[in-house]
Design a protein around this ligand. Sequence first.
Ligand code: AMP
Ligand code: MG
Length: 491
Amino acid sequence: MSAFNQQALDQFGFCFDNSYSRLSNVLFTRANPKKFKNPSLVIFNRPLAISLGLNVDALTAANWACFSGQATPINAFPIAQAYAGHQFGGFNNLGDGRAILLGEHVAPNAERVDIQLKGSGPTPYSRSGDGLAGLGPMLREYLISDAMHALGVPTTRSLAVMLTGDVVYRAKPLSGAVLTRVAASHIRVGTFQYAAAIDDIKALKGLADYTVNRHYPALENHPQPYIGLLEAVIDVQALLIAKWMQFGFIHGVMNTDNVSIAGETIDYGPCAFLNAYSPKTVFSSIDKNGRYAFGNQPMMAEWNLTRFAESLLPLLADRQDEAIRIATECLSAYQTRYRAYWLSGMRKKIGLFNEEASDLALVEDLLMLMYKHQADYTNTFRNLGNSSQLKGTLIDDGSFKNWQIIWRERLLRQAQTMEDVVALMDSHNPLVIPRNHLVEDALDSAIQGDMEPFYDFLEVLSKPYQLPKNEKYLQGAGAGFDASYQTFCGT
Ligand code: AMP
Ligand code: MG
């Protein structure tokens, strides 16, 4: 690899400010990325770089170095963040064990984003881990986060994946890789839990003030900004989970350390999309009891938000009983919020512009039928009005035909034309999602050194509502694929 060229890198346009590292130093530790021997670029997200105001043409091959941690962009201040988390219900002190925050890039439009390296070597929080990541899991995060973005789901993004040139030892040896992650921030429910757990109220208050200022600045004039913060986080999480449910996304590891205070999907590990509709669907190899099964996600988000509320208690009121009363009242809004966001999204999926009291039952009846027939979630919604395109046993069920009759009558009780209905449905029901078998195929090829299938899939996923040239992107996997499909944390 050519020598690192600081001048060219500066022209790339990173504009670092490191406001997080001005918080209490209990919340982070300085950490430097590992120096890898022979890094090389695998993929770079030009559209994302351009949207961040970066000068993509100024970044020459000699300067990819900052995406593997070989070079530090000017004014970056690399740290590992401290956090705790309830992992499958059990509380642990964690922290960035395999990630390093380079700092915050402030884009020309004043948007502030974290630039983080994932898989860049050990940190003081690595415990027994090596701080490294394999190519497959990093490309998986790149692909799925990009797909989520194209679907309109709030998410962290992926700017680049580099091969480190080193081997990472897991069940089998893997090619080591580093992902550059872009996020609104990496403040998690677990970050608040950490400050509360060490009983450092000053750090907790500093973190809360910082979060309000960075993510919810309108709350600075709120008479009680910490109550406002709790309400705001409940709201963004309700919206986020509603979106996951609308697209059939299963996060897989909704531990409190994987819940972003900014409301983005974060920490893509064993995530996957549903094919056949069943609320019980679990793909993660470590989720033995189905805690994070598809249908449990709304409830688990509420559980996580309750942990967030608990960690805020010292800030909500002087007296603990009063603080608990306030937190409980805020949390009681979650279910209503979530249901409203979910139903609003589901109405669009079935072409409804206006609201009727019976809409919830209409949606639920459809889901029941899809469950009974193990119908493909994505394709059923997309082809709801077009029985000739619906596959499987659903179409032969008299109850489904009946449902279609009731639905068509319902569509007539609104002012919009059928053309409007189709346009609404087509813009809320994707044709293409990152189906498990296709993700695996693309990753398998990439690991063998052939990136073409990955690029091709990425391109198709960037336009999920358009008909792809290749029909294979529309199909579910063959029978039995999902029954044995397992996803892994990638640690
Ligand atoms: P995750 O399951 O990826 O959300 O990670 C849970 C915790 O384990 C976080 O604190 C990670 O930083 C840490 N962790 C995961 N993989 C590694 C690794 N290879 N080395 C060190 N820490 C890790
Ligand atoms: Mg995590």
